[in-house]
Each structure stands twice: as C-alpha cells, then as structure tokens.
Design a protein around this ligand. Structure first.
Ligand code: NI
Length: 176
C-alpha cells in the first residue's frame, strides 16, 4: 500500500507549462508513486487527464480516465507516449484544462489515434483511442511538448484568456 498525496496544479501562464518534457528512462518506485499521486490529484480536481508538467515535473508522463462519472473508474498511466497513427477524420470537442480553470473552447483534432506508451509497470502498450479518449490523449500529449489547448485558438482569444488567468492568479495569491 502506498500513501497517496495531492499535488499542486500549476496555472497558466507559467513557464513550466511551456517546456518540452524529457523522456522517462527508468520507471522506478518514485515515478510509480508520482503517477498514483497524479491520478489522485486528477480525480480530486476533478478532471479527465493530468500531465506531469502540470504538477511541475518536466517528464513525459500523463494520466487519464475518460470513462465518465456513471462508469467504473478506468485509470491509465502513460509513460513516454507517442502517436503512431491519426485518422483523417476530425472531431470537435469543447476542451478544458485543469491549468486553465473554468475556460472551455472548441478544439478540432483527429477523431481516432493510436498511441504507444509504457504503462505503470513499464510494459509497452499500443492502444487506439476514439472520441473523448482520442481528444484527451492528444490534449495531454500536447502538454508534454509545452502546448496548451488555447494554442489552437486565435491570438486574440488566447490573449483574452491569458489576461483573465493572470487576474485570477493575482487574486489567488492575495487570498493566501
Ligand atoms: Ni490540460
């Protein structure tokens, strides 16, 4: 039994959210603990995905569970994920991000993707995702390359959101 703990989620704008993350060489006990903590933090938020840079770790790791509130939990841990195939058909979802709370915008991405990754035991897995799962997987993978969903929006819209977030962060800093 490992004890889990909640991590602090970084809020945009933050330079740590803009970095390209390093591959994970050795999936050891510390990293498995980090992945468990990230899942706990994601469920607590609540969210459907959380990437390592969002908790200040510059490494290629994200967690997700897109099963929905009605279904049983279906947590996934993805180390060193990469796309091996994307569909030509596209899908538009209203996306949000735990690092950009209360902002939701339409983003268009491939409807299906195939991803290769190592799971929490270090086993290599290839999996196909579609619908919300595909959107979530691509959104989280973007985080590992320092990319946020607002980067798909117009510069004007992105600027407005960033301004709003700066104000929110100032308010939060004042309250603590
Ligand atoms: Ni996000």
């Amino acid at each position: 039994m490992t004890r889990m703990s909640l991590k602090k989620i970084l809020l945009h704008p933050d330079p740590r959210l803009k970095k390209a993350c390093e591959p994970v060489a050795d999936i050891n006990a510390d990293l498995r603990k980090l992945a468990d903590d990230m899942l706990e933090t994601m469920y607590d938020a609540p969210g459907v995905g959380l990437a390592a840079p969002q908790v200040g770790k510059v490494m290629r790791l994200f967690v997700m569970d897109f099963s929905g509130k009605e279904a049983d939990p279906d947590p996934r841990v993805l180390f060193n994920p990469r796309l091996t195939w994307v569909s030509e058909t596209m899908n538009t979802y209203e996306e949000g991000c735990l690092s950009i709370p209360d902002i939701y915008e339409d983003v268009t991405r491939p409807e299906q993707v195939r991803m290769v990754y190592q799971n929490i035991d270090g086993k290599e897995i290839e999996e196909e995702f579609e619908g919300l799962g595909a959107t979530c997987a691509q959104h989280e993978l973007d985080h590992l390359d320092g990319k946020l969903f607002i980067d798909y929006l117009s510069a004007i819209k992105r600027g407005m959101i960033t301004k709003k977030m700066k104000k929110l962060k100032k308010e939060l800093a004042r309250d603590t």
